[in-house]
Design a protein around this ligand. Sequence first.
Ligand code: PEP
Ligand code: MN
Length: 337
Amino acid sequence: MIVILKHNPNREQLESLINWLKEKDIIIHTSIGEAHTILGLVGDTSKLDIDLIAALDIVEDVKRVQEPYKNANRKFHPEDTVIPVGNTQIGGGTLTIMAGPCSVESEEQVVAIAKAVKASGATMLRGGAFKPRTSPYAFQGLGAKGLEYLKVARQETGLPIVTELMDLSQLPLFKDVDVIQIGARNMQNFDLLKAVGHQDRPVMIKRGMSATYEEWLMSAEYVMSGGNENVILCERGIRTFEHYTRNTLDLAAIPVLRRLTHLPVIIDPSHATGKSWLVDPLAMGAVATGADGLQIEVHNDPAHALCDGPQSLKPEDFDPLAKKLLALHAAVKSLEG
Ligand code: PEP
Ligand code: MN
């Protein structure tokens, strides 16, 4: 971090700033120029409040040269994070395919879809039991019963389950869930992030619809700083001026995050586009761009789905896609050597 001081700073104020920084184990390199004095701060500056320093009378400007996230930062953890989940793993060269309905609607529905997606090559089952819906009149999910049905589907197929936690009060029900999903709308629910940071289930954080990479990584930092290192990031489209598609899929997130962080990156082409016919090309694009996996909505009767039917693939359309994705992933890996 670089602190540029105003011309002729008040000595007492400068001394108190320097002492305060030293108390925080920050090493200070001072360079005195004609017009300005510059303090170069070295050490763990992630806990310093940049706005607080910038607001001081003697300070002209403050610039961060290091990212404010530490646990999620690749600089301090060069190796890719690999997260064991059930009989599989996320990251480390595997292609994770999470597939299943937007919402769990009944035991029969989720078990039938789980069996179908497993036969096609899915490695995890997705399904919402607690649903964040824009309208309070829309189907809100089956709640605890939905979680039970997911567990039945896991029992029947062996597929680990990923499902969304919406509120702190639901956390005791999620002890036995394989991956806890934090939805886009809750990406900055900091109390929820802290709570999942204090338990041991892996956590997948979906990108908020207007979140920058840094804000998203700071959400991961909330979970990791609580002690839970098993965090996965899921890009699900951001909100732009375009409304032909439900959102705009940001594929650049894959190489950017690869550079900034060691955490695995999953792409959700279903919520990103809102249209089932766009899921195939964008899922292929995601694998070609180096994603660690996909989250794809699959429904056995999309026309009658209680949520997100228009973006859901039928099992018979998911099947050839899953096979193409696995083949493309193998080809990408062999090209990379
Ligand atoms: C979901 O995956 O069910 C969901 C609601 O996604 P998002 O939080 O990305 O909108
Ligand atoms: Mn959905």
